[in-house]
Design a protein around this ligand. Structure first.
Ligand code: ZN
Ligand code: FE
Ligand code: FE
Ligand code: ZN
Length: 271
């Protein structure tokens, strides 16, 4: 079967994506998807960055817009309301509290920030790419997986987003990280995490789906279930490369993926 559920997309609300909810819906219908999950970036609690997320005061309106769209298209497209929430060790309890104030169908946990002696580093942000020059790539990778483990252990999130995002700009670890990925997979399984197969890496210098096949096999062996996301930041990217994503999942040994409702598994769908 074709993958019919895309659980990762952003609207212009976040300040770095284009498109309205209506444009995403139209594109999803055009591509024959049966369900989309909106997952705009959760506002930061510590500071304001209009190029990264909506403001905290806008969050209620995000929900109003999404609910309205869900009702308006109820007969032709299923719309789930999710959010992509950063994992930040220092404020994870505040993130838990904020996410708990709303009824989400799923919460994607993403690691985009890494503590460095010089301060937080958004390692996947093109504006901070210079900092890779002085970075120990192996150490960045190790750090990244430890943050993923922390995110899973917090149990704030349902889905772990783009789980090898560190490769985005093409930096590759020379060290063998298999054991660390195995440990991460075990922690995901123990904490009930679902893994996202995210096709946006194909549109970035990494030119590869997140995660790569080798790692995906490890997650599958550990029993970690999956969802699919395009991480569209423009309507045209909805459902992008889902045939490749499906092939990758099958190659890793997966036979089904999950559909969420109100932060529970609504059903599983055969691949
Ligand atoms: Zn984004
Ligand atoms: Fe992300
Ligand atoms: Fe995203
Ligand atoms: Zn994302």
């Amino acid at each position: 079967m074709k993958i019919l559920h895309d659980y990762h997309m952003h609207t212009s609300r976040c300040g770095h994506a284009t498109g309205t909810i209506e444009e995403y819906i139209a594109e999803a219908k055009r591509k024959g998807l049966t369900e989309i999950g909106m997952s705009d970036h959760l506002p930061f609690l510590t500071h304001r960055d209009a190029s990264y997320t909506m403001d905290l005061t806008e969050l209620p309106f995000y929900h109003i817009d999404m609910e309205r769209a869900r009702e308006a298209h109820a007969s032709s497209l299923s719309i789930k309301i999710g959010i992509e929430a950063d994992y930040m060790q220092a404020t994870v309890e505040d993130i838990r509290e904020l996410v708990g104030r709303y009824t989400y169908d799923f919460v994607i946990g993403s690691v985009h920030f890494m503590k460095q002696p010089e301060g937080d580093w958004a390692f996947d942000d093109p504006r901070e790419i210079e900092r890779w020059k002085n970075a120990d790539v192996n150490e960045v990778y190790r750090n990244y997986y430890r943050l993923l483990q922390g995110a899973a252990k917090s149990r704030v999130y349902d889905i772990m987003g783009h789980v090898d995002l560190v490769k985005k700009f093409g930096h590759r670890a020379s060290a063998d990280l298999t054991d660390l990925i195995r440990e991460t997979a075990r922690i995901f399984a123990e904490t009930g995490m679902t893994l996202e197969i995210n096709t946006s890496g194909l549109r970035k210098p990494a030119k590869e789906i997140y995660p790569a096949l080798g790692a995906l096999k490890i997650y599958r062996e550990a029993g970690v279930p999956i969802v699919f996301g395009s991480d569209a930041h423009a309507p045209g990217d909805v459902g992008a490369d889902f045939d490749l994503a499906r092939d990758l999942a099958l190659a890793a040994g997966y036979a089904e993926y999950r559909v969420f409702k109100k932060r529970k598994v609504e059903k599983t769908v055969k691949l």
